[in-house]
Ligand binder design. Structure first.
Ligand code: HEM
Length: 183
């Protein structure tokens, strides 16, 4: 890929990296908080923070989806047609699953008559579909994020520099990983 490949706008790059931090943080913290025993003060704090950060992530995702819909970014050069479909499907699936995940979380709390500010994990009735939805969407998100990372790294190592489109400088096929210089 040539060095003149179009980069994402500063706003899109900022939203991408803030969302990535939130996604990894929310997944890690979400899995950890459910494993804590009820009555642990840390569990209460984590449940209450989780909902608020999750809502911010949903809003950032809606903004990203609107930006992408209105001004689509050209695809990285040289993708086979099946890969172009996979590329677009993965990105849109991540947006949709993130929004569905957040809505399911809010629905789970709403059906208990609480908001994330007042939730008490020990008192939650989990016999509602949004709880199962939240669980399943969180696992689906993990699969999609791994697929996304695998695609980016595979492209970076075999085709060219795609991470610089997001402002991240990494070794790439384009730079031959310094191998030519070593030989
Ligand atoms: C959109 C980003 C979000 C991510 C990545 C995320 C991720 C997670 C994960 C991984 C878990 C652990 C699930 C399990 O193993 O049982 C969890 C639990 C939970 N999440 Fe989220 N979440 C998000 C948004 C939200 C929102 C917006 C709310 C509510 C306002 C929420 C409410 C909850 C609740 C109440 C639990 C605990 C479920 C239980 O105790 O059974 N989440 N979340």
């Amino acid at each position: 890929m040539s060095a003149s490949q179009p980069k994402y706008t500063p706003l899109s790059r900022w939203l991408h990296w803030v969302s990535s931090l939130l996604i990894f943080g929310m997944l890690g913290a979400g899995l950890f908080m459910v494993s804590l025993p009820d009555g642990e003060p840390q569990k209460l704090i984590m449940y209450r923070t989780h909902g608020t950060l999750g809502l911010l992530l949903v809003l950032a995702t809606v903004a990203r989806a609107i930006i992408r819909w209105r001004s689509p970014q050209p695809l990285p050069a040289g993708l086979a047609s099946w890969n172009q479909v996979l590329y677009k499907a993965t990105h849109w699936a991540i947006y949709l699953v993130l929004i569905a995940l957040g809505l399911a979380g809010m629905g789970a709390l709403a059906l208990n008559g609480v908001t994330s500010f007042g939730v008490d994990p020990a008192a939650l009735n989990r016999d509602f579909a949004p709880f199962q939805g939240h669980f399943l969407f969180s696992r689906l998100l993990i699969v999609l994020v791994l697929l996304h990372l695998a695609g980016v790294l595979l492209y970076q190592f075999t085709k060219g520099d795609v991470t610089s489109r997001m402002g991240l400088k990494l070794p790439s096929k384009q730079h031959e990983f310094g191998i030519k210089r070593l030989l």
